[in-house]
Ligand binder design. Structure first.
Ligand SMILES: Cc1cc2nc3c(=O)[nH]c(=O)nc-3n(C[C@H](O)[C@H](O)[C@H](O)COP(=O)(O)OP(=O)(O)OC[C@H]3O[C@@H](n4cnc5c(N)ncnc54)[C@H](O)[C@@H]3O)c2cc1C
Length: 412
């Protein structure tokens, strides 16, 4: 029996939608199943949260045809990053020019990215968007994977040669499929909002480590800044209960006066933080990508960038399998993908986890060590360049899209 689709992507959030866009116009017949309409306030993947995009992510977005719209609707370049340890001597400054890049990264809202991705998906003839609809079960057989889909109060079955689970960090199918994962609750909450500072941000992104967690201020279009204020879980409700004035005063006290007086603040939202990594990222006819495969602390703004490198790699592996006449769901194909991604995923989750552990510790030798580490990066040009390129997603074995090349060489 022929499968209904070549590929079913479960979850049309940022990772799932990006994969669909990367394969738009290919010979693959794709279904994207998404539980929540993009226009809904409950669609967290497309909310007002700001995301720092690494330079490699800009290249991937260019390659899949969404960057122009994201840039036009508001992506603010980051020219400098200033990392400091509140109340201590250590700091590091990273500059795009020193890394040989136009920008170290960009800041865009999830809403802007979501809109651009939706437009490309809707315009593609080979993509069917099934939304709102939920996949409740996945069964793998030798020839295809079948999914039971709940749509308009009815349940039916759809099948494909390959199923990609892009369900996000709260993925329920992992459990249904018996895929174990390692989870660590940071017992921290990120409070996310926008503020208008008195002085221009001059395209500087600030990462300030404080005793209760990191505080990031990211440059946005229109001279606003995105705030990611990480705090202990038990303190989050207090921060959320402050009125605007109190919030601005407390933020000012924590951040200092580099950006002048904070004048206005937008809506505040909170996100519990945890680390998660699945033990198996692939099985025959099954791949997990994005937060469904690995959720990391937002400390260095790496989570979606990592997911986007999953997307660029998987799209390339699938397109090459098609060119060679291989079955895209075959174990050899999905394992080639997993082997390629394992190193980057491991490095980034260890890196972010170490940052959280090292910077939330008051043990004096560790405080001195981390501050010397920050100064070391600042004063050693080779180390600094390496650090900048790593945070820009430009290290290691990169897929074609992340190198600024088209997915398929012939179409270049
Ligand atoms: C406070 C905070 C700040 C962050 N900042 C950054 C940053 O600066 N840079 C960065 O790179 N990353 C950042 N991240 C991480 C980034 O937001 C995530 O990595 C990214 O949103 C994950 O996308 P995803 O598509 O994998 O998952 P999600 O966004 O969770 O999307 C999953 C989608 O699947 C759908 N779905 C789930 N189950 C089903 C089902 N059974 N059937 C159908 N549909 C289903 C959901 O409705 C949802 O739309 C941050 C995260 C947080 C919490």
């Amino acid at each position: 029996m022929a499968a209904d689709y070549d590929l079913i992507i479960i979850g049309g959030g940022l990772a799932g939608a990006s994969l669909a866009c990367a394969l738009a116009g290919s010979s693959l017949h794709i279904a994207v199943v998404e539980a929540i309409p993009a226009s809904s306030d409950d669609q967290l993947s497309y909310d007002d949260r700001t995301t720092a995009l690494a330079y490699s992510s800009r290249r991937i977005f260019e390659g899949i045809g969404v960057w122009r719209q994201i840039e036009q609707e508001g992506a603010c370049p980051i020219h400098h990053i200033l990392i400091s340890d509140r109340g201590h001597f250590g700091f590091t400054r990273l500059h795009a020019v020193e890394a040989g890049l136009d920008a170290l990264g960009y800041v865009a809202t999830n809403r802007v990215m979501g809109r651009a991705l939706s437009n490309v998906m809707q315009a593609a003839n080979n993509i069917e968007l099934l939304c709102p609809a939920t996949i409740e079960q996945v069964k793998i057989t030798a020839d295809y994977a079948s999914c039971s889909i709940r749509q308009r109060q009815q349940t039916r079955t759809i099948s494909a040669r390959l199923v990609v689970v892009a369900e996000g960090g709260r993925s329920g199918l992992r459990e249904v499929l018996g895929i174990a994962s390692k989870r660590k609750d940071y017992k921290q909450t990120a409070i996310v909002t926008n503020v208008t500072p008195g002085k221009s941000h001059d395209h500087v992104a600030y990462e300030r480590f404080t005793e209760t967690g990191p505080l990031a201020l990211l440059p946005l279009q229109g001279q606003r800044c995105g705030v990611v204020w990480t705090t202990r879980q038990d303190h989050a409700s207090t921060i959320l209960s402050w009125d605007d004035q109190e919030f601005l005063q407390q933020l000012q006290q924590r951040f200092g006066n580099r950006l002048g007086k904070f004048e206005r603040v937008g809506k505040r939202q909170s996100y519990p933080l945890f680390l998660n990594r699945v033990d198996e990222q692939t099985r025959e006819r099954l791949v997990l990508i994005g937060n469904a495969a690995h959720a990391v602390h937002p400390v260095a703004g790496q989570g979606f960038n990592l997911g986007l490198r999953d997307v660029a790699t998987l799209a390339q592996v699938l397109v090459e399998a098609v060119q060679h006449g291989d079955d895209i769901g075959a174990l050899s194909v999905v394992r080639a993908y997993e082997e390629w991604r394992v190193r980057d995923n491991r490095i980034v989750s260890r890196f972010t986890d170490s940052l959280v552990r090292i910077f939330s510790n008051d043990f004096l030798p560790l405080v001195i060590g981390r501050n010397l580490g920050l100064l070391g990066v600042d004063f050693l040009p080779g180390l600094k360049r390496e650090f900048s390129r790593r945070t820009s997603g430009l290290n290691g074995r990169l897929p074609r899209l992340a190198r600024g090349l088209p997915l398929e060489p012939d179409h270049g």
